[in-house]
Design a protein around this ligand. Structure first.
Ligand code: NAI
Length: 402
């Protein structure tokens, strides 16, 4: 019988034979999962006979809707709850319908407050900037608040009418009668818990700096407060090991410390392109993080290469940054690297750094050898384009090498 992973203080306690649930997902999900699983099994097997992973299939999204009549069945939630760590493929959310996002629901139910998305360039991957080797970001996106809190009413709803009326009578704020209404909550406790995790990560991994990204010039009491609370955590809880960019400018030493800085979101989009070497760990509210992480993923080769994790104190779910890619689903065209590298993050989280290193090394080796999926080939003559499964086989062979 395989054993269960436990979480203590936000960290995993991993038995040698964990059972890990997976959700293959919608669109290209089942294809990339098949390729990724092969890689994970090869890497674990190559790291010694004492460790083994038993994969447990769980359902969410369209497959669950067909089989169980619900996109997020209770039994899937029970499995994630009891197993603490899971890995998933993408799940679709139709735009503008009444369909609630399964991804957003999972983050809320399991209190997965930090979305972590590393963006590091792999040699051989085509990139749109002259020197992508300078890009080595780890982007932390707050996962529960901001406009993702789901407080939104359509322009014709009674609720929107009520809120418009309330604003008119109580605050003399006149909104057009055909306005839809959305609310953007950002709270001190949830922001600080999130920033604390990002700062701990930066300190544990000896990263150089942490940049808070906000639009506080316009949204002073949400995004502006995010910046203020970020610096407060840095000063009050990690004061001996952090220094602000302003203090460094005035002559303070940054030696052995993490430098805290902040940037307005629009300027940050320019800086990650023009001055990528100036940023390291990037800490964003939910919506900024959503936009910026896709833009940063493009700088290192596109969505197909971008891994991610949603982490809380009781559970963690690992998944690629990209969506279901409906335009290429079922055609053996998807790049499984995002999911494969999410698996590497998962094994690192479990404390199996050797497995993670094998997986990363094998992806790098395969790409460097000039074998890539269509999203990276882009008509180039110096590479060989292969399908999803062939790419998975090659990476698995690399990960399993003695
Ligand atoms: P998308 O990421 O699915 O696709 C955007 C573009 O990138 C498409 O041209 C697609 O072919 C390409 N692409 C994405 N992943 C790729 C891969 N692994 N290899 C090669 N090319 C890849 O974003 P889109 O079209 O906005 O969303 C489609 C659906 O996915 C929506 O229903 C959305 O809600 C959902 N979605 C789910 C996510 C999740 O489960 N975590 C995250 C993002 C979107």
């Amino acid at each position: 019988m395989p054993s269960l992973i436990k979480m203590k203080d936000g960290r995993a306690i991993t038995p040698p034979d964990p059972e890990i649930p997976f959700i293959a997902g919608d669109g290209i999900g089942p294809e990339i999962w098949l390729a990724a699983r092969r890689v994970f099994d090869a890497a674990v097997a190559a790291c010694g006979k004492k460790r083994r992973v038993a994969w447990l299939e769980s359902f969410a999204g369209q497959a669950a809707l067909k089989a169980r009549g619900h996109t997020l069945p209770g039994e899937t939630l029970d499995v994630i709850r009891s197993h603490a760590v899971a890995i998933k493929g993408p799940i679709g959310t139709p735009v503008g319908s009444g369909f609630t996002s399964v991804n957003v629901a999972l983050r809320k139910i399991f209190d997965l407050y930090a979305c972590v998305r590393p963006q590091k360039w792999i040699p051989g991957v085509p990139a749109p900037v002259p020197d992508p080797s300078k890009i080595d970001f780890v982007l932390f996106r707050e996962n529960l608040e901001d406009v993702y809190a789901g407080i939104e009413w359509s322009s014709k709803s009674a609720e929107a009418g009520y809120v418009r009326n309330f604003l008119r009578t109580e605050f003399h704020i006149d909104l057009p009668d055909d306005s839809g209404i959305g609310i953007k909550p950002m709270s001190e406790a949830i922001t600080k818990r999130f920033v604390r995790r990002a700062l701990r990560f930066a300190l544990d991994r000896r990263r150089r700096s942490v940049t808070f990204v906000h639009k506080g010039n316009i949204m002073k009491f949400t995004e502006g407060a995010f910046r203020t609370w970020g610096y407060e955590v840095g000063r009050m809880e990690f004061g001996k090991r952090t220094v602000t960019e302003g203090e460094v400018r005035e002559g303070a030493s940054a030696k052995g410390k993490v430098v805290l800085k902040d940037r307005i979101a629009d300027a940050m989009f320019q800086e990650v392109i023009l001055k990528p070497g100036e940023h390291d760990v990037i800490v964003c509210p939910n919506l900024n993080g959503d936009y910026l992480s896709d833009a940063c993923a493009a700088l290192v080769g596109g969505l197909g290469m971008a891994p991610g994790a949603n982490i809380g104190d009781q559970a963690a779910i690992f998944e690629a940054t990209h969506g279901t890619a409906p335009d290429i689903a079922g055609k053996d065209l998807g790049n499984p690297s995002g999911l494969i590298l999410s698996g590497a993050m998962m094994f690192e989280f479990l404390g199996w750094e050797d497995v993670a290193a094998r997986i990363r090394g094998a992806v790098e080796g395969t790409v460097l050898a000039g074998t890539v999926t269509g999203d990276l080939a882009r008509g180039r003559k110096d590479v060989t384009q292969v399908g999803t499964q062939k790419f998975g086989e090659l990476v698995a062979a690399g990960a399993g090498k003695a």
